[in-house]
Each structure stands twice: as C-alpha cells, then as structure tokens.
Unconditional design. Structure first.
Lengths: 169, 169
C-alpha cells in the first residue's frame, strides 16, 4: 500500500532518528525466556542503505551467547527530550572479519576495548533489520511501519502477512 | 553478597532513574519469536515499594495478546543527555480491576484514552520486577544488579544462581 517514494522517505527518517539518538537499548532473550537489554552504540558511519546496523561487542559476552539460542533482537532508540521513539526488530549475527573490524574501528572505541582493534575478543554484531516503527511524539500512534522498505532495498518481496502484521502492531 | 543498606540504596537509585525518564520502551516477544517495543508511560505515583511498575494499556492491544504467549517483558529507560540507562526484566499481567484503574487514573491520560476511566477497553499492566540493571554512563560497566532487593522486599529467598547470573550479565 505504501509507495516507493514514501518508503524511501520513511527509511531516511528512520535512519535520521537512529543517528540522532545513536545509543540504543539492545534486547535479547535468554535461555530462560527472560528479556535483557543493555546500551549499545550504533556505528553511525556504516550507513543504512542495505538495512543493516552495526555494533562492536565482546565475542564472549552474555548477549552473544544468548543470540546462539535466539538470534532475534529488538533495538529501542529513545530521546525523551525530543519525544522520539524507535523500535527496530532484526536478526543479529556475530561477525569476526578482521578487515571489517578495522574498517569500522574508531579510536573512541578504546574506552570499551582498551586493547584496540587487535583485541582477539573484539567482534561485530550485524543486525539485519526487517521491521521498524517510530513515534515522534508520545501522544501519537505509531507513525510508520518500516518493512516494505527493506523488501524494496533487498529486492525480496514482502512475505505474506508482513504488511498486515506490521500495520496492526 | 550485597548488604541490605546497599540494596535499599540501589532500589532508590533505580526508582529515581525510572521516575526521571518515565517513558520506557516495553519489549515483548510475539508468537513468531520477533521482539517488539513501544513507548509506555510509567505511572510515577504508584510507588516501587513492592517492586511493581504500572502502565495503562488497551485490553485488546497486540502487546496484551503477546503477553498471553510470553508473559515476560523488558522495560528500557534511556536518557541520552544524562547518559542514564536502565534495563528492567519482569513478569507482566493485565489487571482490569476498576477500583485500581480509578485510583491510578489521571486526566492527562485522556490523550491516549479519550473515553476516560470508564472506557471498557482500558486496563492496567502490572510488571513485577525480578531483575534490573542500570548504567549511569555509557562507558561504565553495569553499576548495579537489582535482584536481591526484590527478594528482601517479598521475603522470598533469591533463587540459586540468581546472583551469579545477574552479576555476569
């Protein structure tokens, strides 16, 4: 139902809000069904053209282990002052490619990873976004459901039921 | 290991951070394993002495249906300006008690529920907190793991493994 120009605009709006907040709370599901979240810094220069978001992580961290059992995450971006809220649902995978790690590394990350880019425990989390919603005021209903955008970017058709499911979240 | 005075102080700190942010992103798990979040206003005058947090909701909303399949939620409170982040894990239940609804109702809620306190679709979500962590700077590790606090409030002993699990999240 949404048109291509609207989809592109929505994806740009979504990415703009994500960049504006930058630190999300990443929620994972543990083996006991308990949902945990923790602040994670989105890598802002990695772009969003392919519908992916990138994060640095420790390869042996609890969240990485949780992702082996349940590979889906939610990323929530909140800016209470602007009343901006974003919910991103996606599939997370651990990437250990050293070239990619070096490409995305910035010196400020040494706060979290003092051993730097050659730290053997340093890894990336790649989140492939398949659904997202945003609210630009707490009194508004959800203003856009991302999902068709991803289908257009990847060339994959939306799965049956995807739109209705997104529309009624 | 944590002492009672420390626990009480941590619970007060936690509640202070929650009240300061107020609007959390509530994450639920749907029947397909997808994690969704949406902004939810925490009722600030309901207190936290019993380790519960309260929210108004529509009784027929998707999240209420999701809670029938998986009753656990994560609440993330983020204030990027202050660099405050809180993750709360708990069990959610729908409460339709009209006296409780009237007790917690405030006129500002008519923005979301224009029919007011007698709206038959109006309900409460009660979240019983069993674990929480907070960070008061993005460069810090988790600064406190709540969990013993709840055990002390309720009189229930902490479950075996709880502390280690919390401490190493």
């Amino acid at each position: 139902m949404a048109r291509s120009a609207d989809d592109r605009e929505a994806a740009e709006k979504l990415w703009g809000m994500i960049k504006g907040v930058r630190i999300c709370m990443m929620t994972t599901l543990d083996e006991n069904g308990i949902l945990h979240s923790r602040p994670m810094a989105t890598l802002p220069h990695a772009g969003f053209d392919d519908g992916t978001l990138w994060f640095f992580t420790r390869a042996d961290s609890p969240k990485v282990h949780e992702l082996k059992t349940h590979w889906r995450v939610n990323l929530s971006y909140a800016d209470p002052d602007k009343q901006d809220y974003v919910s991103v649902s996606g599939v997370a995978e651990t990437v250990r490619d050293r070239d990619k790690i070096r490409f995305l590394w910035r010196d400020i990350l040494s706060t979290w990873f003092p051993q730097g880019v050659d730290d053997p425990d340093l890894a990336l989390l790649k989140v492939s976004v398949d659904q997202a919603e945003y609210w630009d005021s707490p009194s508004s209903a959800m203003v856009y459901a991302y999902g068709y955008v991803k289908a257009k970017i990847t060339g994959e058709p939306p799965k049956p039921g995807d739109h209705a499911k997104i529309a009624f979240q």
